[in-house]
Design a protein around this ligand. Structure first.
Ligand code: URA
Ligand code: CA
Length: 432
């Protein structure tokens, strides 16, 4: 096989075979195909797209390019959840114990964050003692014993995707549905997922700015999943304003704990029950989505989800008393309220810019090397559509510096108060 022939084929709208795609990805991973030829292929895919069969083959070739996590020693269907990323998204911290509480094994690998706040792993480290470095054996053992474990990325997963992503970044080919969809799906499958629930965000704080773009990406991922034998469902959810009230690491852990106690913010609860019922349903719990949702909702109110959270935290070395004593987590030195300057309704809380404000406080990493301040962040008191009176607190800034004029200025750029405003929808669509 010659790469130049494959580029020519794709350039002329001919379908690449599974063998051709496998060969190309294997050779590229082994540095046998140079970046300049792969760049030409990526650009051809960008313009000519890929068929369902090609997308499936690309996904599985990337899975096979490196290690795959073997979860076969865990009984039951292993369901994973993936979010395309947003601001203040605490759902994994809630979903892991919540879905485990109805008997579904949750063996989750999560990342650290680059950007607004930390990733799930950073957030969990706000719990004193909590550690994420488990061996493969310990990981599997913990899920078998306690139904849930969350660890950091380990092993050499999807090296082809890492190499391709870096090349896409410098050849203006990131923004391609078949390439994004296969990239995301390959990582979930390599991490051992039998079934996958996707939370595709849309709005200012998301990668996909419109519901239509988000739906196209979700549809592509659901088709890939079903093509390669992994049951996949997707939710299109709003990220034009932050999810819930808290943005910041320890602040989001607290929000997760409140939700597991049955008094979370309405949007967080609704999104977790929607995603959770899909996860439970794909794992065979409940006769339909409604029954799965009822079981999960009951466990948010009867203490069972919180109990699993405590067991999970303790199993990974953390202090389970954080569930009842927020003072055990890092706490910022200063709390400053931002007050409404007039009466009206909150019309805008621009998610990505509020994320930037949190990062300026130190909640997120500007570069891979930055240290995160787990204590700082923002807590909203109002959401879009809420009524406010002049002088009422819109949000509280939690900071470790007394003077933060640049952050306050940034925050004012994110907030609009108008004479009228409607609440935003949370869920735009569900795909199965
Ligand atoms: N996230 C991914 O993991 N891959 C992409 O290609 C884009 C976003
Ligand atoms: Ca939140």
């Amino acid at each position: 096989m010659r790469m130049v022939d494959l580029i020519h084929k794709k350039q002329h709208q001919k379908e690449l075979s599974t063998e051709e795609i496998q060969w190309m990805i294997e050779q590229y991973t082994n540095n046998e195909i140079p970046d300049y030829q792969m760049s030409a292929m990526l650009m051809a895919i960008y313009f000519e797209d890929m068929t369902d069969a090609e997308r499936g083959a690309l996904t599985m070739s990337m899975v096979k390019s490196g290690d795959e996590i073997d979860l076969s020693q865990i009984k039951g269907v292993k369901v994973d959840k993936h979010s395309t990323g947003g601001v203040g998204d605490t759902t994994t911290l809630i979903l892991a114990p919540l879905v485990a509480s109805v008997g579904v094994p949750i063996a989750k690998m999560s990342g650290r964050g680059l950007g607004h706040t930390g990733g799930t792993i950073d957030k969990l480290e706000a719990i004193p003692g909590f550690h994420v470095e488990l061996s493969q054996e310990e990981f599997v053992k913990q899920v078998n014993e306690h139904k849930v474990a969350v660890i950091g990325q380990s092993g050499n997963l999807t090296p082809a995707d890492k190499k391709l992503y870096a090349l896409r970044d410098v050849t203006s080919t990131v923004d391609s549905i078949p390439l994004i969809a296969s990239s995301i799906m390959s990582k979930k499958i390599a991490a051992g997922a039998d079934a996958i629930v996707l939370d595709v965000k849309t709005g200012a704080g998301a990668f996909m700015k419109t519901p239509e773009d988000a739906r196209n990406l979700a549809d592509a991922m659901v088709k890939i999943g079903n093509h390669v034998g992994r049951n996949t469902m997707a939710v299109i959810s709003d990220m034009s304003q932050p999810l819930g009230f808290a943005i910041g690491n320890a602040l989001e852990v607290q929000e997760a704990i409140d939700t597991l106690k049955g008094h979370g913010p309405a949007d967080v609860v609704d999104l977790c029950l929607t995603l959770g019922s899909q996860m439970a349903h794909l794992a065979g719990v409940g006769k339909d989505l409604d029954e799965a949702r009822d079981l999960l909702e009951a466990n948010l109110h009867n203490g069972k989800a919180l109990e699993v959270f405590k067991t999970f935290v303790a199993a990974q070395g953390g202090n389970p008393d954080v569930a009842d004593d927020p003072d055990l987590m890092p706490k910022a030195a200063y709390q400053t309220e931002v007050l409404a300057h007039k009466d009206g309704y909150v019309a805008e809380l621009v998610a990505d810019q509020l994320g930037v404000a949190s990062m300026m406080l130190g909640a997120g990493r500007a570069t891979k090397e930055s240290e995160i301040d787990l204590a700082v962040g923002l807590v909203l008191h109002k959401k879009v559509g809420d009524k406010v009176s002049k002088g009422e607190a819109l949000l509280t800034i939690h900071s470790n510096q007394q003077e933060i004029p640049d952050v306050e200025e940034k925050i004012w750029e994110c907030i609009t108060i108008a004479d009228e405003a409607k609440p935003l929808p949370l869920i735009y669509d569900i795909l199965a």
